[in-house]
Write a protein of this length. Structure first.
Length: 113
């Protein structure tokens, strides 16, 4: 059974940084495209950033220049480095194996003003 486990969320002041991690148990992680999603209170889940198996990245417009997605295939881990955080970045962040039904349980990020 594939497991997707996020960590690294927390409470941070505006302008601060957090790094989220997502460990995946699949044996073919290096072939998986991965994505980080965010669900803010009262809003739909949205794609924050994605990374292909080859390392190509995409970002939502509001995250460009502030967030960086990366991966370590040896550790079967994908990261989301979040800098210059804003209160509107608050939400639950989910890790997802793109093209699959596998999601993590989410990690809460709260940015105070």
């Amino acid at each position: 059974q594939v497991q997707v486990v996020e960590s690294g969320g927390g409470l941070v002041q505006a302008g601060g940084s957090l790094r989220l991690s997502c460990v995946v148990s699949t044996s073919i992680f290096r072939l998986n495209a991965m994505g980080w999603y965010r669900q803010a209170p009262g809003k739909q889940r949205e794609l924050v950033a994605s990374i292909t198996s080859g390392g190509g990245t995409t970002y939502a417009d509001s995250m460009k220049g502030r967030f960086t997605i990366s991966r370590d295939n040896a550790k079967k881990t994908v990261y989301l480095q979040m800098n210059s955080l804003k209160p509107e970045d608050t939400g639950v962040y989910y890790c997802h194996i793109l093209g699959s039904t596998h999601w993590g349980q989410g990690t809460q990020v709260t940015v105070s003003s």
